[in-house]
Design a protein around this ligand. Structure first.
Ligand code: SAM
Length: 326
């Protein structure tokens, strides 16, 4: 969008948490416009390489342009980061030095009405990050049963009025299909009672919920984090920036879980196996953007960064914690 650029959120904090150093192989699983990726390549110069992944072909193109100057040090992939183990196998990398995931959507996606993520401007109700995928938000809104719509709104949007909104959607689509972001936003707003000054747009939660459902965002995230940690070299770090509490909770639980790998029977009051965890937490509490970052970039306000460091293991030996536990 003219005049607006994507500003990487928590940039300094992410680089510090990754403990970037010269050399190594790094992963940015959510390249977006390439802001974090570019900074990682600078911080790891002259020889550090970066695998930059995005499931949005437009984002990969934008990142490719931005990272062109780094030549072969930047390895671009149009893929879902949940395929990370496969992608690393393909380039012959058993372990990596650090992994960044800056979850959610980018300003490139949000600011383009044609992508259908925003209710502020009218556009097709699309919301697909990867446009080669078939189902759009309009498909979900116009075909799912009321119960399923209500659970998406409740589970992924923490929307307290999930049921009345789902009912209104089903009623409205009986007259005519809901095809645009504005028509859905107006419909949601018409269901929600107006109480005093509103801090967020009434459709915010519903749009978040639909976006998560369309892109299946939470599915497999925990498993991917475990696999990603399994591909870190000892001392390597994983850094995750989440923008809503559902995602952040999942990240917190998974990283915490990886600090313990006790295999004692559940009824044993204290651990007897003494099995060390796979990681130590770098952030006991999430790192939040500073007041000045929020002032400069209001979209950063809900960001929470968490990081963990891979503990010692035989160097070069990748381990999948999910399998190790089984
Ligand atoms: C917040 S933006 C990242 C911005 C980026 N860090 C920058 O500095 O420009 C999130 C990006 O992650 C991508 N994304 C979200 N889920 C993904 C997934 N499962 N696999 C690959 N990319 C994903 C989105 O398409 C979007 O471009």
């Amino acid at each position: 969008m003219p005049g607006r650029t994507h500003r990487p959120v928590l940039l300094r904090e992410a680089l510090d948490a990754l403990a970037c150093r010269a050399g190594g192989l790094w992963v940015d699983g959510t390249a977006g416009a390439g802001g974090h990726a570019e900074a990682i390549l600078h911080a790891t110069a002259p020889a550090g390489r970066l695998v930059a992944i995005d499931r949005d072909a437009d984002a990969v193109e934008a990142a490719r342009r931005r990272l062109e100057a780094f030549g072969e040090r930047a390895i671009l992939r149009h893929a879902d980061f949940r395929q990370l183990p496969l992608l690393l196998d393909e380039i012959g990398a058993r372990t990596v030095s650090g992994i960044l995931l800056d979850l959610g959507i980018s300003s490139l996606q949000l600011d383009d009405p044609g992508r259908g993520f925003s209710f502020r401007e009218d556009g097709p109700l699309d919301m697909r990050m990867d446009r080669s995928q078939t189902a759009t938000a309009a498909d979900l809104v116009n075909t799912l049963p009321e119960d399923r719509l209500a659970s998406i709104l409740k589970d992924f949007g923490e929307e307290p009025r999930a049921r009345p909104i789902a009912r209104a959607i089903v009623r409205a689509r009986g007259q005519a299909p809901i095809r645009t972001t504005r028509s859905l936003a107006d419909l949601v707003a018409s269901v929600l009672p107006r109480r005093g000054p509103v801090r967020i747009h009434p459709a915010t939660r519903a749009f978040q919920a639909l976006r998560i459902a369309v892109n299946d965002e939470l599915e497999g995230l925990s498993r991917l984090l475990e696999q990603a940690v399994g591909r870190l070299e000892p001392g390597g770090r994983i850094v995750v920036i989440a923008f809503h509490s559902l995602e952040d909770r999942l990240v917190k639980r998974t990283l915490r879980g990886l600090t313990r790998r006790c295999v004692c029977p559940r009824d044993l009051p204290v651990c007897a196996c003494g099995r060390p965890g796979l990681v130590r937490l770098i952030t006991s509490r999430p790192v939040r953007p500073s007041a000045s970052e929020v002032r400069d970039n209001p979209r950063s306000r809900s960001a929470r960064l968490r990081a963990a460091e891979r503990l010692g293991a035989t160097p070069g030996r990748a381990e999948d914690p999910a399998e190790a536990r089984a």
